[in-house]
Ligand binder design. Structure first.
Ligand code: AMP
Ligand code: MG
Length: 320
């Protein structure tokens, strides 16, 4: 563990780099990000290059507080302010019409911008000194999002001046993305805040998560989050193992191990806690992906609350 002095030094260094137009890998509570000041177009361009990210896929802007967010939106409906007040700092991204402080480069030409206040004490300290930071997840395009500083260094052994280590990500999956269409709160991407949590506060919301034909959120339109290893999601792990007796298989179960003869077996939450399962899922996928297995076989989670968000990611991880 870093001493307080070392941590302060790292924060100062990250701030100095960001303020001088460099890209820094930053910790958040969801996943690690590749961050650049919204006022550094060259650094933002470098993020797209480094990730191999299509220029049509916008970046989320991270801010220190609600006031900063307000200066970047041109319009902030009261209903969404209710959500911001409840969930910020936290894993909820709001997509709303942008002010002229946000460039087309960040929004991929859209007139809306996605913004959130992350719930990570180290990043909040950085943001207070840098102002808004645009940051997508710190993985190459279509790979699993990183949840530790080590994952980021593994992905980008060269090309980054600094990975600011903030420990393992507590939420462990991406933010929930919410917008406002025809005066209705609309969820564009399931994530670390459940739809149930949102609906408790504002009533029934619409869902446009890319499983429907109209793709609103570009990152949802493609296969995503994929391990290199062939990945299967099935309720019947035992049957899959029996059919592949010579294969080297790693399994991921929700609460209880369901097969006895895999090479490695992981359990997301022995207490059956969906939040803990979400925290662990990418961590486990990274771990199994390093083992040169023939298959990763995963049991789907109960399709409620954060289980739904994890299942959505699993459906993108599978190799058909
Ligand atoms: P990442 O940080 O890698 O999870 O990517 C950010 C995601 O946020 C993008 O893939 C988009 O899906 C979403 N996003 C960001 N800005 C907007 C926007 N203005 N409209 C819709 N979706 C957005
Ligand atoms: Mg991403």
């Amino acid at each position: 563990m870093e001493s307080d002095l070392d941590l302060q030094h790292s924060i100062d260094r990250a701030v100095a780099l960001l303020n001088s137009g460099e890209v820094v890998a930053i910790p958040t509570e969801t996943v690690y990000g590749l961050g650049a000041s919204i006022n550094s177009p060259e650094a933002i361009e470098y993020i797209f290059e480094l990730k191999g990210r299509p220029r049509t896929n916008p970046l989320i802007v991270h801010v220190a507080n609600l006031e900063q967010a307000k200066s970047l939106f041109s319009n902030f409906p009261a209903e969404l302010e209710v959500l911001a007040n409840q969930f910020w700092p936290g894993s909820l991204t709001l997509v709303l019409p942008k002010s002229n402080k946000v460039s087309d480069q960040i929004t991929a030409g859209k007139n809306t911008v996605g913004i959130r206040v992350p719930n990570h004490p180290i990043l909040l300290k950085v943001l207070e000194q840098t102002g808004p930071i645009a940051a997508p997840s710190a993985n190459p395009f279509e790979r699993i999002s990183p949840t530790t500083a080590q994952h980021v260094s593994n992905y980008f052994p060269k090309g980054l001046k600094m990975v600011l280590d903030g420990g393992p990500c507590q939420a462990g999956i991406e933010s929930t993305i919410v917008g406002y269409e025809n005066s209705r709160i609309t969820v564009y991407r399931l994530g670390a805040i459940s739809i149930e949590q949102i609906e408790t506060l504002v009533g029934k919301v619409a869902l446009h998560d890319g499983t429907k034909s109209k793709v609103v959120t570009p990152g949802m339109s493609k296969k995503h989050y994929a391990p290199q290893t062939k990945t299967i999601v099935t309720k019947n792990i035992t049957e899959f193992i029996d059919k592949h007796p010579n294969a080297k298989i790693g399994t991921i179960n929700f609460q209880h191990i369901s097969a006895s003869n895999a090479f490695i077996q992981l359990v997301l939450s022995t207490s059956g806690d969906l939040k803990e399962a979400a925290t662990n899922i990418y961590q486990f996928l990274h771990k199994l992906d390093e083992l040169k297995l023939d298959y990763i076989v995963i049991e789907p989670l109960p399709d409620v609350e954060l289980g739904r968000s994890v299942n959505e990611r699993l459906s993108r991880a599978v190799h058909l």
